[in-house]
Design a protein around this ligand. Sequence first.
Ligand SMILES: O=C(O)CCC(=O)C(=O)O
Ligand SMILES: [Fe+2]
Length: 274
Amino acid sequence: MQTARNAPKLRLLTRSCHRCSSTLRTAQTPHPALTVYSNYLSAAEQSLLLKSSLRLLDSPSRTTSAGRKRRREWVKANPEWDGRGFMADEAYAWEEGHFDGVIKQYREMLVRDGMWEKVAAGDEKAGLAEALEKVYSLLPPSEPPSQPSSSSSPPPHLIMHLLHLSSRGAIYPHVDNLEAFGRTIVGISLGGERIMRFKQVSEPREGTAKDGPSEFEVLLEAGSAYVQAEPLRTHYTHEVLEKGEWEGRTVGGTQRLSIMLRDRLPTKPGHMQV
Ligand SMILES: O=C(O)CCC(=O)C(=O)O
Ligand SMILES: [Fe+2]
């Protein structure tokens, strides 16, 4: 078995992005169908996206009054909290497990048209729109090209989810719903680092295979972005470990928030599915 842990230290390559002016650092990944961009987002972009994502997840329509009370009480009991980043695990009402047992200790939501604009303060709107545009540009554009209905909303051909894992949260091996989503999966990592593991579970059709190991791991650092394409999307499971070992150190066990983007299948509209 070849894993990223056994591979030589990740080498950082430099590559320029077609839609953004900045230069991206691409970490050499163990599989040609997985691209990982280290430091895809600046510290300011990460903090704005994290703050806005938490506001969406904490909005009254997503939370119960008991949950909001719990948060208020935690803030009162922790006056040293600077209002940035995550609160402690106990301040949130976590879902214990997904209906299909694929995920534990999490909060998630589908981000719909117009939602980002509602949570951004006036002076944050332009920065948020710019950071989100950078995120959307990681997926191939729609065919034919379409205009997003507002500056920050996901373009109509993309489905966007937020996924917040508690310190004990984890995602077990799964293949994303093949009937609900297209063939490219993008993940933006905010907050705590985690390890993602891929394992091959079926054989790609002849001619579509890309050489690569049948099992490997990658480190998902804060501010990084990954793009998984075929054959990983269909023929490999992926999982996000609660804790793991990476180059001799323990990684995980802290809260992480991912912004997930998938392309819509042209025939069937997507639905909420992890
Ligand atoms: O959080 C991630 O990066 C992966 C999430 C995932 O696998 C899913 O939502 O299906
Ligand atoms: Fe997934």
